[in-house]
Design a protein around this ligand. Structure first.
Ligand SMILES: NC(=O)c1ccc[n+]([C@@H]2O[C@H](COP(=O)([O-])OP(=O)(O)OC[C@H]3O[C@@H](n4cnc5c(N)ncnc54)[C@H](OP(=O)(O)O)[C@@H]3O)[C@@H](O)[C@H]2O)c1
Length: 250
């Protein structure tokens, strides 16, 4: 073998090794993931990403018959994020719970928003299950991020008692509850606010941050829903942000 062909063969082996390392979908152990909000826009994309990467998914809906996902690794169950007993039954023994729910309670208070109810119920359930509890990864709200050092909720002009107030501040209340639950394994992923989150391509090339909106080279915040879903399953396979709120952007 000449010097140059042996160098080539080493290079080919290095490239093959790098390819293997960068294929979490094929190398990760399959997890059982419960997804609350599987019928929703973002939750549905996370279901697809999880199934495509070989995981078992239990989709939860208040109307499980509406979950028509035709995949041998998918099952549907009925459940409500505010019902402790049903959550205990559904999440016992699984690896990870993903919560991507939206909506208000009848009074539009942040406390009774679906996001905050989910956080409160999960924290109670995790405490009952103790060491056997799965982790949770919950969808946060972009308006709870800081943008150029300014807290997003301070920029908003929303009146208390309205639906928007209940939703936006409900995400904040949920995050505060998780942050206070230091005995629970949680992650909140807040996409950037407004139109910065949009349907698009699954590129796999994105950055993660913490409390500050990530701005790209063009000065805009942006992330596709497909890449957001990918970040969720990356965190399932390789937990890097337990006990943290993170965000995502290009
Ligand atoms: N830029 C941003 O920050 C940004 C952008 C978009 C969305 N989000 C957040 O992402 C989350 C999901 O948004 P989306 O647009 O995907 O929502 P969506 O399409 O409106 O779906 C809402 C989901 O919540 C579920 N849900 C509501 N109340 C529930 C309850 N009590 N128990 C169980 N499930 C319940 C619904 O399930 P069933 O009706 O089947 O029970 C449905 O799957 C929301 O929290 C939203 O605020 C953030």
């Amino acid at each position: 073998m000449t010097h140059s062909s042996s160098l080539r063969s080493v290079a080919v082996r290095v490239v093959a090794l790098l390819a293997l390392i960068s294929l979490p979908a094929l190398t990760a152990v399959a997890s059982t993931i419960v997804i609350y909000g599987a019928s929703g826009n973002l939750g549905g994309k996370i279901v697809t990403e999880a199934l495509n990467r070989g995981h078992d998914v239990i989709g939860v809906s208040r109307n499980p018959a509406s979950l028509d996902v035709n995949h041998s690794n998918f099952s549907a169950v009925g459940g409500d994020v505010s019902h402790l007993e049903s959550m205990l039954e559904i999440i016992r023994g699984v690896d990870v719970v993903i919560v991507s729910v939206g909506g208000n309670g009848i009074d539009y208070t942040p406390e009774n928003s679906a996001a905050n109810q989910a956080a409160l119920t999960f924290i109670q359930a995790a405490r009952q299950l103790g060491a056997a509890s799965p982790r949770v990864i919950q969808m946060g709200g972009g308006t709870t991020l800081f943008d150029n050092g300014v807290f997003g909720l301070d920029r908003l002009d929303v009146e208390e008692g309205t639906a928007r107030h209940g939703l936006y501040f409900g995400h904040w209340q949920a995050l505060l509850n998780y942050r206070a639950a230091t005995d629970v394994q949680w992650t909140v992923v807040s996409p950037p606010p407004g139109a910065a989150l949009h349907p698009g391509e699954r590129t796999g090339v994105f950055r993660l941050g913490e409390d500050e909106v990530i701005v790209g080279e063009n000065g805009e915040a942006s992330i596709s829903e497909e890449d957001l879903a990918m970040a969720y399953i990356n965190e399932v396979e390789d937990p890097q942000s337990i006990g943290k709120r993170i965000t995502i952007g290009y």
